[in-house]
Structure formats: C-alpha cells, structure tokens
Design a protein around this ligand. Structure first.
Ligand SMILES: CC(C)(COP(=O)(O)OP(=O)(O)OC[C@H]1O[C@@H](n2cnc3c(N)ncnc32)[C@H](O)[C@@H]1OP(=O)(O)O)[C@@H](O)C(=O)NCCC(=O)NCCS
Length: 148
C-alpha cells in the first residue's frame, strides 16, 4: 500500500468536490477550494492518497501562532481503518510550530469529536446554531506545546 500525503492541486478538485458533496450537507464549493489553492497564502490544502486514489483531504489555515483545521474528511469507503488518525497525526506534526490548533465540529458528529479528543482537543466553546441548518458547533482547541 502506497500511502502519501501531499498538497492539493487543481486537478484533484473534480474528485474532491464530488466527495465533499457526498460527505457534507453544507459542502464547500469548487470555487472555495480553488481559492484555497490559488490565492490564500495562509492556506495549506492537503490530500491523502493510496496507490494514487484520493482517500482523504484537509484544509489547514496557519497564521500567527495558530493553526485552524478548516476542513478534514476521509472517503466514506476508507473509514474506520486508522486513516483519519494517521492524517491528523501528520497535520499536527507538520504544523506543530503553532501554539494552538482550533477547529469547529457539529455537536452530533461523534466520530470526529472522538477522533479530535483522542488527540487532546478540548471543547472551548459552543457556538449556538452555527451551521445553516441550525446545529450547534463545538469549538475545539489543542495546546500544541503539549503535543505528543
Ligand atoms: C471523522 C473522520 C475523519 C474519521 O476518519 P476515520 O478514518 O474513519 O478515523 P479512524 O479510523 O482513524 O478512527 C480514529 C478515531 O475516530 C473515532 N471514530 C472514527 N469513526 C467513528 C465512528 N463511526 N463512531 C465513533 N467513533 C469513531 C474513534 O475514536 C477512532 O479511534 P479508535 O478506532 O481507536 O476507536 C471520518 O469519519 C469522516 O471523514 N467523517 C466525515 C467528515 C467529517 O465529519 N469531518 C470532520 C468535520 S469537523
């Protein structure tokens, strides 16, 4: 198995946008991904692939002493085999020079919340009705000085 994590490219977007629509009800548009790749200097969009197939993607914003996990997903057919963990481990190591890592997650997204908690993320705040459909968001933070 040849597993690789690399920068996202424009050529990846047909696959990523399709996955994004399948995974999230409030999916990012193709234009959003393009601007992350092309014009946001603070953005690091990544893909995880196995034998050339995209099995996950993430968008990381890195500014000042913070990193923000703006998007993070594993292909539905490749879940629960440790890839999410592996991807998160990579991200926290790669951007580990930041002081804090932040993210928002839907309150009912148990799989993601458990993954984040297992890496030491803690709920800092609840943003009421943060999502368009009215669901609350948990704002989670990890102090990267305690990174393991
Ligand atoms: C959250 C997500 C990235 C996890 O990816 P994954 O590759 O399945 O995760 P892993 O196999 O590495 O599992 C890591 C941990 O996550 C948790 N987890 C993963 N799937 C779970 C599930 N269905 N139910 C409960 N916990 C789950 C567990 O704590 C697991 O650790 P364990 O296996 O030691 O119990 C994946 O479910 C996903 O892409 N979900 C849709 C997109 C999404 O919600 N992204 C986050 C937006 S904030």
């Amino acid at each position: 198995m040849n597993l690789k994590i690399r920068e996202m490219r424009i050529q990846d977007l047909a696959t990523i946008v399709e996955l994004e629509r399948q995974i999230f009800i409030d999916a990012w548009s193709e234009e959003s991904f393009v601007s992350e790749i092309v014009s946001n200097d603070y953005s690091f969009p990544l893909v995880m692939e196995i034998n050339g197939q995209i099995v996950g993607y993430a968008v990381i914003w890195r500014y000042a002493d913070e990193m923000h996990i703006a998007n993070f997903a594993i292909h539905p057919e490749f879940r629960q085999r440790g890839l999410g963990k592996q991807f998160m481990r990579y991200v926290l190591k790669e951007f580990g020079d930041a002081r804090f890592a932040f993210l928002e997650v839907r309150r009912t997204n148990e799989a993601a919340i458990r993954l984040y908690q297992s890496f030491g993320f803690r709920t800092m705040q609840i943003r009421k009705k943060y999502y368009r459909d009215g669901e609350d968001a948990l704002v989670m933070v990890k102090d990267l000085r305690n990174n393991k």
